[in-house]
Design a protein around this ligand. Structure first.
Ligand code: GLN
Length: 484
């Protein structure tokens, strides 16, 4: 093997590293060595991992299969996706010490593709949050400015890929938790169509909204990972029996004739000036590449955040009922069984989890169900209908991913409503079940990443990859790695 010590292997993408492995110019040991050295150099500043053990990582590298499309590629997995016999805690005290007895379907698929599962990425407790500050292990920092948040809830996954501590990562997206942190950390994040990727082994937050998806350094890697993790799974009854195309075939440079929707409801007065400017540039670039820009309207957008918080909290309150000190993690003894439940949940859940359980239980309780939960489901149907109408006249919809670049740590922790509003542009795709990708589209004046979001109709990930790739290949600005 060539001595690759001096080259920055950790900066490369999965497809670049795979190529090097294939033509024998680097070994799995070279790659893992480079990534571990990087982790040792920057992790104390980023804190992207919830669990990472160097010896375990090296042991896995030693065992790594020599074949498979992701042979020897180091990845980080959000702490809410089950890996057999490895800590999986949703960054919550209540799951302290929990090691699942089985692999999530996405994990079995990654393992058979030869990926090296390095460690567990930090996240907001049970994926409740937009800043990665509610983790029981403490917050992750944005590698571009460590006084700022990386986004959430999959903040660890985004920050690790951004800081080159992992080549790619998996996260989950219920209302924006892949796309929002991807945007704030300057990486690519995809929320697939609901049912496209199996949720078996993903610890549920809101079952009708959750999807697992990849964080990558470029669009090609996103397609590559989707080729591996997408597909029907008999273990998940909501997974769709729809054939998986080879997504890499859609990585085309041309968008001639593509119809791109411009939804006026997403270009609101509160939108940050830098974000707006970069989005304008993106529209211009697409136009110059031969795409057509179509004005569209998504009239129920204003109701999306309120609708989401009723639906998501209702489902969360029901999903979290299983954490009672009997089967998993933490147990606080009490005089009676009811006391044990009470003390365990009081001690084990953080403030945001408790807030959501209370909100959700309230909107599902008799007397309030019709006024809140049922009403929210009806509005959800209207939001979905807006998209059905829009996709009659356009192929993709282009919007900002977030209203502003990364905010300061602590800035929104005291005001949950302000925090909830950071997902204003990402939530509608979850409520409608459609796929959406966040792609870096430049930097703010102060050097923080800005992301743009592309949405398409259900199972039309191919058009997302086409548009995102064409943008990435033709953009006029340069990627700047964080100076961490
Ligand atoms: N930030 C949103 C919330 O707090 C979305 C979280 C997610 O997608 N998991 O619910």
């Amino acid at each position: 093997m060539t001595n690759m010590k001096d080259s920055k292997l950790y900066e490369l993408t999965a497809h670049e590293l795979s190529e090097k492995i294939k033509n024998n110019s680097v070994s799995v040991k070279d790659i893992i060595g480079s990534v571990i050295a990087r982790i040792e150099a920057v992790e104390t500043k980023v804190h992207g991992f919830a669990h990472f053990n160097k010896q375990d990582a090296l042991k896995k590298a030693g065992e790594s299969k020599i074949s498979g499309p992701l042979c020897g590629i180091p990845a980080a997995i959000k702490d809410n996706i089950c890996i057999k016999d490895e800590l999986t805690t949703c960054c919550s005290k209540i799951l302290k010490g929990f090691k699942p007895p089985y692999d999530a379907t996405v994990i079995s698929k990654l393992k058979s593709a030869g990926a090296l599962l390095l460690g567990r990425a930090n996240m907001d407790e049970f994926a409740f949050g937009s800043s990665c500050e509610t983790s029981c292990y403490g917050p992750t920092k944005n590698p571009y400015d460590t006084s700022r948040i990386p986004g959430g809830s999959s903040g660890g996954s985004a920050a690790l890929v951004c800081a080159d501590e992992a080549i790619f990562a998996l996260g989950s997206d219920t209302g924006g938790s892949i796309r929002q942190p991807a945007a704030l950390c300057g990486v690519v994040g995809l929320k697939p169509t609901y049912g496209r990727v199996s949720r078996y082994g993903l610890i549920a937050f809101a079952s009708s909204l959750d999807q697992i998806g990849p964080f990558t350094k470029d669009v090609t890697d996103s397609a590559l990972i989707m080729n591996i993790i997408a597909g029907h799974d008999p273990m998940d009854t909501t997974s769709a029996d729809v054939p998986v195309p080879d997504y890499t075939k859609y990585l085309k440079n041309s968008v001639k004739g593509l119809k791109i929707g411009f939804p006026k409801e997403y270009f609101i007065p509160g939108l940050d000036k830098d974000v707006k400017e970069h989005l304008d540039e993106a529209f211009d670039l697409f136009k110059s590449l031969g795409a057509k820009i179509i004005n569209i309207s998504l009239p129920h957008t204003d109701y999306a955040v309120a609708t989401y918080y009723i639906v998501a909290c209702s489902e969360a309150s029901s999903n979290l009922a299983r954490f009672d000190g009997v089967q998993y993690g933490l147990r606080q003894e009490g005089e009676t069984l009811a006391d044990m439940y009470k003390y365990t949940r009081a001690e084990g859940f953080g403030d945001e989890a408790k807030r959501r359980i209370i909100l959700g239980t309230y909107s599902l309780s008799s007397g309030y169900y019709d006024a809140y939960y049922l009403k929210a489901q009806k509005v959800r149907a209207l939001i979905k209908k807006d998209f059905d109408e829009a996709f009659k006249v356009c192929d993709v919809i282009l919007t900002p991913t977030t209203p502003t670049p990364a905010f300061k740590l602590g800035e929104k922790m005291k005001d949950p409503l302000q925090m909830y509003l950071s997902d204003i542009f990402t939530i509608p795709a979850n409520l409608s079940g459609i796929p959406a990708i966040s792609v870096p589209c430049g930097y703010s004046k102060s050097g923080l990443p800005v992301g743009m979001q592309l949405m398409a109709k259900a199972f039309d990930e191919p058009v997302l990859f086409n548009a995102a790739y064409a943008y990435e290949q033709n953009k006029k600005w340069e990627i700047k790695k964080p100076a961490i």
